[in-house]
Ligand binder design. Structure first.
Ligand code: ADP
Length: 450
């Protein structure tokens, strides 16, 4: 049981002790000596406990309190109780800080906790990777001494934290970082650094895309508008001029139509995120139809087109997408090969893969263009491609389709000698077994993977 020490209690005890000493001393006729002796014993007893307390607090490594006597036991127990409470509180605090830090480490952004004077209180690992801070080496260093960019210093000292700042990373120029500062607690700040490189690139792609589409649509529209402006009910053109105008306008509308169709195909492919290869694609039948279409496209070009199709080689895939990929590659070979060329189309099994190859002996493509061919709207020769009705989206569609079918477009090309476009669908997508035939990839000159 805990007895409360009070002044009255202590006074009673001291008075009782003095009275007892005086009484006993009076009987033996040594009253004052006994009182002095008792006082010395009491002082010694107090010092003995004081010494025990000092030893326990400062020198002993033991957690449990020493065994004291009387009211000292209460003092020892009280201190012990407080210490245990403090230790528990400290542990809770440490856990809280650890949880906060773990949480901050799990964030996808770099976090730096700053004091009011801009010195670093703490930073997570991402801050070390993105901004080059070193932890714990940079603890208490001022952030404006470590990130020396003048724009950052201006941003920091302007204290207009509703805005954020975009800057190249101090470590890698090609990365763009976004800096944001938030008030944190009463006198701390949170500096949040985010890698927005991909976001910026996407924004740029979107801007380029809109600019390209507008440009592509404006050109045929301008032609149509030009003709329509000079024609009205009172001002009809001569039959010969009308015939020419009609054919040009028809070409331009076809061009716009094919651009819109290609854009729709591209956006459909991009939008359908889930890939289910439920379809068994009868590629031989598909290619036999494509052969007929190719022959009708070939009427003016007089190419020698040959198809070598493995009649049993079918695959799992998305029928419409594969049709679009096959058709784009064959149509390109016909379009971009000068009249009377030789075009070979092959669909064969190779090491359990299904390999599609289109080779031509046309103009070929210079190496600097090859790696960019699958970019949207990229054309080797803008004017020539437009004359052939090209939209610049065909190979971008092929690339997307092939990525979704787990393979890549390979382009082998040499200027003035011709090009070979090919891809190999992986064994997982190949159905049915036939004898293995090596595909004929004769042009090994230049290779690019797109
Ligand atoms: P387009 O609709 O303009 O044909 P593509 O994306 O299909 O767009 O092709 C991109 C560019 O690649 C074409 O403009 C053309 O310059 C080039 N190209 C594609 N196929 C061939 C080929 N077989 N021979 C030469 N150049 C080609």
């Amino acid at each position: 049981m805990r007895l409360l020490l009070s002044k009255r209690n202590i006074a009673f005890k001291l008075a009782g002790l003095a009275f007892a000493a005086l009484l006993v001393g009076w009987f033996i006729d040594l009253a004052l000596e006994l009182l002095l002796g008792c006082t010395i014993a009491l002082v010694w007893w107090q010092y003995k406990h004081l010494f025990m307390l000092d030893k326990w607090l400062w020198r002993d490594r033991k957690l449990s309190p020493p065994a004291g006597e009387g009211s000292w036991q209460q003092v020892f127990d009280g201190i012990y109780y407080r210490q245990r409470k403090d230790r528990k509180k400290n542990k809770e605090l440490r856990n809280l800080i650890r949880q906060f830090r773990d949480g901050a480490e799990a964030l996808p952004d770099a976090i730096v906790v700053l004091s009011q004077e801009w010195s670093i209180v703490w930073c997570n690992k991402l801050a070390q990777q993105l901004a080059g801070l070193r932890w714990p080496l940079d603890e208490n260093q001022r952030i404006d001494n470590l990130i020396r960019n003048p724009e950052f210093l201006q941003f920091l000292h302007a204290r207009q934290f509703e805005q954020c700042l975009e800057l190249p990373s101090p470590l890698t120029e090609s990365l763009t970082l976004e800096y944001r500062i938030l008030q944190h607690g009463e006198n701390q700040y949170l500096l949040i650094i985010r890698d927005i490189t991909q976001l910026k690139q996407l924004e740029q792609i979107r801007k380029d895309f809109v600019a390209n589409v507008s440009h592509e649509l404006r050109t045929p529209l301008t032609v149509l508008q030009g003709y329509l402006e000079v024609m009205d009910a009172e001002n009809l053109p001569q039959p010969a001029i009308w015939q020419k105008a009609h054919s040009v306008m028809l070409d331009q509308t076809k061009r716009m139509d094919s651009l819109v169709q290609q854009l729709l195909t591209l956006s459909r492919i991009e939008a359908s995120a889930k890939i289910q290869f439920d379809d068994v694609v009868d590629v031989p039948a598909m290619l036999s139809l494509l052969e007929q279409e190719a022959q009708s496209l070939n009427r003016d070009k007089h190419h020698n087109i040959s198809f070598q199709i493995d009649p049993e080689l079918r695959v799992s895939g998305i029928t419409e997408e594969l049709r679009s990929a096959f058709s784009n590659l064959v149509t390109n070979a016909i379009k971009y090969t000068p009249d009377g060329g030789v075009i070979e189309v092959s669909w064969q099994r190779d090491h359990n893969k299904a390999v599609f190859t289109v080779s031509d002996n046309g103009e070929g493509i210079a190496p600097q263009h090859v790696k960019r061919l699958t970019e949207r709207f990229y054309r080797v020769d803008q004017a020539r491609a437009r004359n052939t009705g090209g939209t610049g989206l065909g190979l971008a569609i092929v690339k997307h389709v092939l990525t979704r079918h787990q393979c890549r477009l390979m382009i082998f090309s040499e200027p003035k000698r011709g090009s070979t476009f090919s891809f190999a669908l992986p064994p997982e997508l190949v159905i049915g077994a036939t004898r293995a035939v090596q595909p004929r990839l004769s042009k090994k000159k230049l290779m690019a993977k797109s």
